[in-house]
Write a protein that binds this ligand. Sequence first.
Ligand code: EPU
Length: 430
Amino acid sequence: MEQLVIHGGRPLRGTVEASGAKNAALPLLAASILVDGVVTYHRIPHLRDIATMMSLLVYQGAKVEFDDKNRLHIDGREADQPEAPYDLVKTMRASALVLGPLLARFGKARVSLPGGCAIGARPIDMHLKGLEAMGAAITVEHGYVSASAPYGLIGARIFFDQVTVTGTENLMMAAVLAEGGTVLENASREPEVVNLAESLRALGAKIQGEGTGTITIQGVSSLRGGSVTTIPDRIETATYLAAGLITGGDVMVTGCEPADLESFLTHLVSAGATVEVNGDTIRCFAKRPLRGTDIQTMPHPGFPTDLQAQFMALMTLAEGSCTVRETIFENRFMHVQELVRLGAEIQLAGNTAVVRGVDHLSGAPVMATDLRASAGLVLAGLAAEGETTVSRIYHIDRGYERIEEKLGKLGAVIERRSNGHSMLGGEGLG
Ligand code: EPU
């Protein structure tokens, strides 16, 4: 099993380019099932989750081809297998994103239930209720969702009890080829949802209101092939900015979208960081230690749950105390005990962590439990004195493209160890 070995305590400095966003690319790829033509995707990151989605589309009969590092062509016209098997869904919950498109295209779909995961139970009941409202008959048996709408889906008004990102995306994709109009109320306003709506529109869909709580979709008879581009990864961008700050360095991320990170950047400024935004670049540094700053995760445009672990890592070395409240997922604090192993002082009570800043962290072996938790541990390891080994890094490979190479470019001493071999990033271990 692979590990990341980090020799911490070096300020990271320099410039790094944002990759395409995993959580934007996944629904865009799933949408290829809806299209009567070839879709060319730009800025697709090389990640484990993207490879899983590609395998799923190939399983369904689509032709999928990377023609250069980050450009992908998908021809879904010959797809004939409206199914997502357990083996693929269990490694990536976002596989459930094919449910809406398969049902819209084939009038039936059989998709494995994703099951729980490290950060919470994460049911997909709102996806299913929405599809039922559009006329689908749904049964859940033997761990699979079977959905059928032999005469096609019919537009409906759907109210989400709770904001759901992939739920909004799934129903938006289902509605694109439905008969009549669909209104999604209390819809997700996440930038990834906006990226999906704009891309579907470029392929012929009729969608309005993305980026607000009400999205309206007027069904069309088909979508045509075309070209779409994934937005920059806001979570990756913020993680590199945090890497600069936690090490007392100075990092600039290029090719990013500052407007998508308003809440995160505002909290950095409250904590005492200097944030310079210039077009599609963000630079962050701090002249003195950061101050403890409270956060509470919320759907966009609130503070993203996908940055909670990274912000908490920053706060472990801030002056004073602060609270980190997680309102989206019930179990997204698995990094807390690992940060404590590195010397952090954190107390947990329900969905709130109280972090009391310490003056240093010290390297130790720690274990990654999920994607963003592992990013928080890598950040803490970059700041900790001595060696930190982060194991189970397959989690981080799901969502961070070439992380050791990018951090190495900024001056981190970080190495991937695999079966006794090592692949050095940056200057290497001296
Ligand atoms: N929920 C339900 N029922 C549903 C759907 C959601 O109860 O039918 C609950 C969830 O359990 C959770 C809340 O609603 O408590 C919000 O979950 P949401 O559906 O928004 O999460 P998701 O769509 O499964 C996406 C991202 C996550 C990110 C969340 C929240 C993708 C592929 N995944 O998940 O990203 O944390 O939105 O912003 O877009 C990650 O990248 O590490 C990651 C976990």
